[in-house]
Design a protein around this ligand. Sequence first.
Ligand code: NAP
Length: 314
Amino acid sequence: MSSPVENVVIIGTGCAGLTAAIYTARSSLNPLVLEGPLPGGQLTTTSEVENFPGFPHGVDGFQLTQNMREQATRFGTRFESALVDKVDFTSTPRQLFCGDRLILAKTVIIATGASPRLTGIPGEKELYGGKGVTTCATCDGAFYRKMEVAVLGGGDSAAEEALFLTRFASKVYLVHRRDTLRASKIMADRAVAHEKIQMVWDSVPVEVLGVPEGAVNGLKIKNVKTGVESVLPVKGIFVAIGHIPNTGPFAPPLEVDEGGYFKPQPGSQVQTNVPGVYVAGDCSDHIYRQAITAAGMGCQAAIEAERWLAEHHG
Ligand code: NAP
């Protein structure tokens, strides 16, 4: 079953996708936005956003995406829940397959974001979700009041999660595989200095304990310098070891870099190797990964799509 040819189809409803929707809708392009498994994107799993310009007192992440959605809707954006599982970018218009549905598009903006990376150690998958292993302190931190928890990773996310968890947990172990944090100095200093955070340097997670019981009751770790294994008596494990870009059925044909992120053409942040197909946000940005930079890329992709339509479809 195919639909009429769309001017622009935007895939993803995070900051990048919604900003692209606002811009293309305001240009009367009547965009169709396809909503995936996490409507609103990663920002909806954050509590307070303090660095998005225009909100001097901060703004709730969920509310911010709701505002963007309302703004996009006001100018005529259509939203539909659909997962693209196959594409054909050799044909014109471009073809997007969602199960047995075919969507035809003159231009496509892919803003599918990135998903949290997991360690793959035994017990992690079995106890993921409500059983003690999670990737979102903002979502789940409050469940660990007065308990000991571990955060895995050494970047800004790990430091941020650990600091946030100090509001609830009695103790936070920050387990990092090296002896210095990758996090920015301000975040690293704050985490290291916090009385509730205990740094566990040079250590990798080996196994999440608690599978037969159905709830986390410890984390086995190994010191990479001494080889000694030990168990942290934690009830919650927060994995913060980076993200995997959601490039799904688009790569190939779209080019990706060595980290798996969409690779824009030289001289552009959003133009892919397929004319009329653009990328925006965390699926192609492994450097900044901020709400405001994702929004900026969404804006660029929208303007490029408009220009493409004006040049090729009059
Ligand atoms: P990241 O900077 O890539 O850090 C990932 C961390 O996980 C690294 O410390 C890495 O160790 C560790 N790691 C990776 N794979 C591992 C594994 N299999 N086992 C154990 N440890 C592993 O990711 P991120 O912290 O999510 O940050 C991503 C980007 O978002 C960064 O640019 C960051 O600045 C930004 N960010 C900013 C803020 C903020 O400004 N408030 C908050 C969050 C994120 P190594 O250090 O040894 O590689």
